[in-house]
Ligand binder design. Structure first.
Ligand code: GLN
Length: 278
């Protein structure tokens, strides 16, 4: 069977996916170990029985709802293919907003940076690669997640330090920048029963107090772990901008602002701490 016909059939079968065409292409790329450009260039090539059988296995699992990132073992983030397992969140395009904003901050050349709840390491590893002189620490409570983060750091030769622990509790010294994409979804949110999130670790998604419990704990800990003028930057839900700005304001942060994600929703709130008043 030809590649274009295989993809057409697969698209028809993946009706429950919001990205059926892309899903089919990524799964076939994975089976053939080729790029999407290659697929389109050679769309009239015939697949052999082994290739078709391997594709069929992945397609059936995708039809049953498994995330493409779990089936291929990777997801692209900020232009790099991050390894992903069921132990971590799958990196989201919305989180690239956090990277874009972090890269514009006025920070020292050798900034001390920490990524809390790093998961696959997408945020911290990307920051370390974009600014090789930054000293980046990756923190996660889950040892399994930290191993994924470490393997991503290794595959891209990013210089990072990994630390197991709850938010900042084992971090020594003070940071120029603290970033986090913590759990922020309310346990009753119906999105948790739909799509890829069903296969992601709950502990990385759900927080108490309407999804604000971990965000507020991080804000509380961060004010004592930043240098004078240091920044805290948090990803949050699209309806949590006001609440997170209030948390930062109450904790003494200034220059507090919220940045929008690619869909135009409140997604990242940041602020700066002043230890000495001028
Ligand atoms: N943005 C993710 C979602 O909506 C949630 C990520 C998180 O909880 N940190 O599925």
């Amino acid at each position: 069977m030809r590649i274009d016909a295989v993809l057409r059939d697969a698209r028809r079968r993946l009706t429950s996916s919001p990205s059926a065409a892309l899903d089919a292409e990524l799964l076939l790329c994975h089976v053939l170990a080729k790029t999407r450009t290659w697929l389109f260039t050679w769309s009239d090539r015939e697949l052999d029985a082994n290739q078709l059988a391997a594709f069929e296995v992945l397609l059936a699992r995708r039809e049953a709802g498994e995330p493409v990132a779990h089936l291929t073992g990777e997801r692209e983030f900020f232009g790099r293919p991050f390894r992903v397992t069921a132990d971590t969140l799958i990196p989201r395009p919305d989180t690239e907003t956090l990277i874009d904003v972090a890269l514009t901050l006025p920070l020292p050349a050798q900034a001390k940076v920490v990524d809390l709840g790093t998961g696959s390491g997408a945020i911290g590893v990307t920051l370390a690669l974009e600014n090789p002189d930054w000293q980046v620490t990756l923190v996660d409570l889950s040892n399994a997640a930290l191993q994924v983060a470490q393997s991503n750091a290794r595959q891209f030769s990013a210089k990072v330090q990994c630390l197991q622990g709850s938010w900042l509790s084992f971090c020594e010294g003070r940071f120029d920048l603290i970033v986090s994409n913590p759990p922020y979804i309310d346990a009753a949110d119906h999105h948790l029963d739909e799509g890829d999130v069903r296969f992601e670790p709950r502990s990385a998604l759900v927080a108490e107090n309407h999804g604000l419990a971990d965000l507020s704990e991080i804000v509380r800990q961060a004010s004592g772990k930043l240098v004078d003028g240091g920044w805290l930057m948090l990803e949050h839900g699209f309806e949590q901008g006001e609440a997170v700005r209030a948390l930062l304001g109450e904790a003494g942060f200034h220059d507090v602002r919220t940045e929008l994600d690619l869909g135009g929703n409140d997604r990242v709130t940041l602020g700066r701490i002043a230890l000495t008043s001028s």
